[in-house]
Write a new protein. Sequence first.
Length: 182
Amino acid sequence: VGFLMENGGLGFVEAVKDLAQILGMPVPDDDSRPEDREKARLHKEKQTTLTEVLAHAAQHWRGQLKISPRAVSYLKGRGLTGEIAARFGLGYAPDNWRGLASAYPKYDDPLLVEAGLVITPDADSDIPESEAKRYDRFRDRVMFPIQDRRGRVIAFGGRVLGDDKPKYLNSPETEIFHKGRE
């Protein structure tokens, strides 16, 4: 806790809460109101759901890497072995606009957008959401899962195999992923 306070500029209570979160332990808060406790419970439930959605994508992309000679060749050309790819959970998002539709039975699930996996037209557009064309954020990329301190997948980084731009693409900030915090 002292390390967190000295190095993170946190107060004691914040340092204890941060350390407890890292370890997955609840911190009793007797001063909170019932509605605040319910709000915190719902927030934690939402975070769990999003990490489950992202873990499923990571698993899907790991499977896609195994069946993509082009992606495997790319990684080998960069000096990565199968052991390294497995250790770091690397995967491959195929060059398909709706590749995740095969991994998620409900490709129209709003959680896929909230998790940063799927893109829909802006809410400001004139296209009704029911007619909006959803598509995968990551296509034809080697996928690197970004994990929190507890080892849960909270986002992804993707490196394009060819010369397309952008060369590197990260998940957007979400309820569970804040680039500056990770």
